[in-house]
Design a protein around this ligand. Sequence first.
Ligand code: NAD
Ligand code: GLY
Length: 358
Amino acid sequence: MKTLQVDLGSRSYPIYIGTGLLNKQELIQPYIKGKTTVTVSNTTVAPLYLDKVHQLIPSFSNTDILLPDGEEYKTFETLGQIYTEMLEARCDRKTTLLALGGGVVGDVAGYAAATYQRGINFIQIPTTLLSMVDSSVGGKTGVNHPLGKNMVGAFHQPQCVIIDTETLNTLDDRQLSAGIAEVIKYGYINDLDFIDWLDENMDKLLKRDPEALAYAIHRSCQHKADIVAADEKEQGQRALLNLGHTFGHAIETGMGYGNWLHGEAISAGMVMAAELSKEHGWIDQADVDSICALLKKANLPVEPPNEISATRFSDLMSIDKKVQDGVLHLVLMKSLGESIISSDFDSELLQKVLGRVA
Ligand code: NAD
Ligand code: GLY
């Protein structure tokens, strides 16, 4: 087992990464302060792993809450279901919430934990690659609004993150690839050596080689932990983690939540960010080609859907959390492996990129 620390002063917490961690009671129990727990999962993950979680917490009075499965359920309504079932179970301020599942469960259950009785403790138990390398770490929680992705939420850090890599054995190939998109993202933010490693080891990742997966998860979580420790509330550099996201969120919202997987949308979004960077002369066509080649190797899309026109794209991108005082900021590539947050891009070139791909 490997342990990383997210350094946030009194709110610091560990990320445990290893195989068979869902069999280790001693790992989770110190982070449960009261006598009661609520385990939030969904109808797909619960039949696979809920029993294991129950075995981790035999001495606690636990209530299970099972959500419908899918990005389209990351809604106020699902949040309401969690509040209602927690109130019915008489959960109080000392209840600890365990979020068992992918990023959807983690985000919505995390937001319930952030807001139930003004905030209770929670623990992330991510079960998709994407949630292991990104969403379970860093405390961003929330739900989608029909007009925009992740538009309502809160920063609420977990007590700990328990990553049992064995859970990836039941994940389907498309979801695994979607997770790899977020892994690749860290490389293009600021770690070209990691890109080289990913290029060499992509086949191993796709074949779920345990050592390769553990390495990629650990290195990704290290990047995330470092950035979150430096800028928890995204006043500056944390926005780098959104490479590809302004374009990607527009794809997810525009296509209807759940039709494009988050990681797939981020993959196509990273290529759009690269295209725009190339238009500014910061990277060249060979760089864009190498980005596309790596994403394709991971079985990820490199083009956005035809269904979204340039005008609609612009419209969707104007509802983004990186719009400040009406000005859109984008994460772009100043050079390959050196991403920057910038509002200093040419809007005509942006329109050209949107027009070309749409
Ligand atoms: P997801 O939660 O929808 O999970 C993908 C699918 O895999 C679901 O059908 C789920 O039921 C299933 N599943 C989960 N674990 C499984 C397992 N071990 N075996 C078999 N099936 C399993 O999707 P995701 O990709 O994990 O998360 C995407 C969400 O995360 C998006 O809503 C995105 O906005 C959010 N996100 C949040 C952050 C953050 O910082 N909070 C960062 C990145 C992404
Ligand atoms: N996934 C973006 C962030 O956590 O900031």
